[in-house]
Every structure is written in C-alpha cells, then in structure tokens.
Design a protein. Structure first.
Length: 278
C-alpha cells in the first residue's frame, strides 16, 4: 500500500495531499509531468527523466523551485518512506498559485508514487490495435499535463478496442497519446518520427540498442507506409515495447508480432537489467 506523497519536499499522508484551487494546473491546465518505473527500489533511467523534467520546464518557461539533486533526493525519500521495491513515480511541476489566475508564479512540485503498471501477457504475445486520429500536439517536445484530446477520445478508443490513439497530421505519423510509434519496413529498417514528438526515454535507449543490429531512420512515416510495413510497435516507460498488429482497419504484416519486434523487446529487457546491475 502507498502511504505517502511528496508536496514541495514534504512527505504527506496520501489522503491529505492537496493543492490549492488557485494553482494554474487547476485554473488553466498549465504544468508538466514525467513518469518512470521503479524496479528493485531503483528508478529506471533516472537521469534521463530528470533531464526531461528540466527540458520540459524550459519549454514551458517554468522555473524549478529546487535543484535537480533535490528532486532526486525527494524521489528517493518517497520511495524509502513507502517501502516499495516496484512502483511508478510521477513528478508534477505546476504553474503555481497565481494571483491573477493566468500568470505563472512559484511552481509547486508534487511527487506521487503508485503501484507499478501491469498489462496482460496477451498484449505482448498477440499484439494490439491502435486507432488513428488527425492531430498534432502543441509543444510536443514538452511533457505537459494537457491530455485533453486523448481523454476526450477514450470512449471512441474503447469502442474500437484500441490500446491507444495514434496521431497523424498532413499525411505523416507522429506518436500515440502515451507512447512513441515505430514501423519496420520490408528491408528490416526501423522507422520512427524524429521531430514533432515527445522524445521518450525508452525510445532513446531502444534506438541506441537497435542501431547495433538494424538500420534506423528517424523520419516521420507516412500513412501509406502502414499498408506496407512488415511490423510495428510502440515504446513507453510502462510498456517498454509492445507489438502493434493493426491500425484502424489496416493489418500490419501478417497480423502477428514480428521477429524484429520480439528481438528488440528482449534486448530492452536486458538493457533494464544491465542498468539495475550497474
């Protein structure tokens, strides 16, 4: 059971954790977050996520109220207080309490711990379906708290029995609401958008590992390439890597997770283990 959250560096019983209603996250939806997984008591790829928190803050012109090292200490303090070896951690930086309800002030730093995510083994064994939607996120390089479109589309996504929504714009594919998207071409080249997206931490490590074994192209795949793709998959901190076998009515390849997707999944599991051992 998770007992504590961290609010501006103070451990607070979960039931008592709160922010005031004048915070810009509530008033205007202005803020950022990041999320990572804890295994064996260690945040996976911790420095990469701290890098992204800092980068997102710069994009949104929000000033971190504490240093990077203090954020690290607050995260580790929360992990120790809750005593969980396996968990998910969410760092939230809000626009702060605003006198005029519009201008950012001193940011609030919230750190939440939650049970680790889990997915049915069938999704990795059989693959999942995605639903296409034409949209391109504002400030895609920042991990903002704005998930308006994704949450709005949840009823349609569930009706389509889709794992996630895949955003495309002007004929090119970008990312899903909560993951990076990849295709594998007929010649075994891995293709993923290189700009106009949130650069996932799992994506970063996946591409580094993949380049030792396959050709990699960072460019926006076209919608037409879905029809000729040999394989497809998504990556995220919670899923690591999950095969995609259908997008709307388009069946990817032979409709089964491919050999390259499976190989990369095993390589990424090994990468996580190496990180834990290091």
């Amino acid at each position: 059971m998770i007992n504590f959250f961290s609010i501006n560096g103070e451990l607070v019983p979960k039931e008592q954790a709160a922010l005031g209603v004048t915070d810009l996250a509530i008033q205007r939806g202005y803020g950022l977050f990041d999320y990572f997984v804890v295994k064996k008591g260690q945040p996976i790829f911790f420095d990469d996520y701290l890098d992204r928190v800092e980068q997102s803050a710069k994009w949104l012109r929000l000033e971190l109220p504490v240093t990077r090292e203090e954020i690290r200490q607050q995260v580790m303090q929360l992990i120790r207080a809750n005593g969980k070896q396996e968990a998910g951690i969410k760092i939230i930086l809000t626009g702060g309490y605003s006198e005029d309800g519009y201008s950012p002030e001193r940011c609030n730093l919230v750190i939440l711990e939650m049970p680790p995510p889990s997915y049915p083994a069938s999704k990795f064994e059989n693959g999942v379906k995605l639903m296409l939607y034409e949209y391109h996120r504002t400030f895609p390089s920042a991990k903002t708290i704005n998930y308006l479109v994704g949450i709005y589309l949840l009823p349609q996504q569930r009706a389509a029995n889709a794992e996630d929504v895949l955003f495309h714009f002007e004929g090119h594919i970008y990312e899903t609401t909560r993951a990076n998207f990849f295709i594998v071409t007929k010649d075994n080249t891995i293709v993923t958008a290189g700009e106009g997206i949130l650069h996932g931490v799992t994506r970063k490590h996946l591409l580094r590992v993949a380049r030792h074994h396959y050709a990699v192209e960072e460019r926006r795949p076209s919608l037409e390439e879905l029809c000729t793709a040999k394989e497809a998959f998504i990556s995220s901190s919670t899923r690591l890597l999950m095969p995609v076998v259908q997008v709307d009515d388009v069946i990817i390849g032979d409709g089964q997770p491919g050999a390259i997707t499976r190989h990369l999944f095993e390589l990424m599991k090994e990468e996580v283990e190496r990180y834990l051992e290091g």
